[in-house]
Design a protein around this ligand. Structure first.
Ligand code: SAM
Length: 224
């Protein structure tokens, strides 16, 4: 039986990858990628020639079976997502679940930990991050109010992800519910246009609106 390595990759800066992750990516038989074009940039940068196969949330059962057969044949595989730790708000978790269901304890699933937008923002927040709630992305349409109410009513600090198209909309929706919220918003962590906004929610909205609203965002909300 082969081994499935769950490999964390950079969330921007290509140097944020461990030696162990690079060795695994170079030595496995196949790399399962959320988007092969995105992973190719990382592989090219490190001159890794391992073949890749796309694996995403719409992958058919047939593809999952192919992956399971590779493992049965003794092939070693690495699973990566476009950025960060596979399985956190990306399709990685679904594959791991299927592999566990199909092969149970006979398969070895090995983590190769590394970057994640969650740990990156937690480290620079200045908030006490010993307890927090992670809620992923706010829903696009239905259940948005419920999502933001959950943040307002949470006992702990809340971390969530957001896209550039909706960051202002989401922060406004939250700000209407409680304008005293203190937040940290990080844009493009580890990349050229990395920006960290801190303060009361309304001030932060104003700061973000002054900039070009592009890139990836992660948010921490503190309501104490
Ligand atoms: N698995 C990834 C992880 O471990 O962070 C998260 C995948 S999720 C599909 C992608 C979201 O993570 C982005 O939309 C953004 O909210 C957040 N994110 C990823 N990279 C980021 C970065 N460099 N700066 C800020 N947020 C980032």
């Amino acid at each position: 039986m082969g081994t499935l390595y769950i490999v964390a990759t950079p969330i921007g800066n290509l140097e944020d990858i461990s030696k162990r992750a690079l060795r695994a990516l170079a030595e496995v038989d196949l790399i399962l990628c959320e988007d092969t074009r995105v992973t190719k940039k990382l592989l090219d940068h490190y001159q890794i020639k391992t073949p890749t196969l796309s694996y995403h949330q719409h992958s058919k059962l047939q593809k999952i079976e192919r992956v399971i057969n590779f493992l049965k044949e003794g092939k070693n595989l690495a699973l990566v997502s476009d950025a960060g730790t596979p399985g956190i708000s990306d399709p990685g978790g679904k594959l791991v679940k299927k592999v566990i269901e199909s092969l149970s304890s006979s398969v070895k699933i090995v983590p190769i930990p590394g970057p994640s937008a969650i740990s990156a923002i937690a480290g620079i927040s200045g908030f006490p991050m010993d307890k927090f709630l992670f809620l992923g992305f706010p829903p696009a349409k239905k259940k948005r109010k419920k999502f933001f109410e959950e943040i307002i009513n949470a006992k702990y600090l809340v971390v969530f992800y957001e896209s550039p198209h909706r960051i202002i909309k989401s922060l406004n929706e939250l700000g209407i519910m409680n304008e005293e919220l203190k937040i940290v918003v990080c844009r493009e962590l580890t990349k050229k246009f990395e920006t960290i906004y801190r303060g009361k929610i309304k001030e932060v909205i104003k700061q973000i609106e002054k900039d070009i609203i592009k890139g990836e965002f992660v948010v921490i909300v503190d309501k104490r």
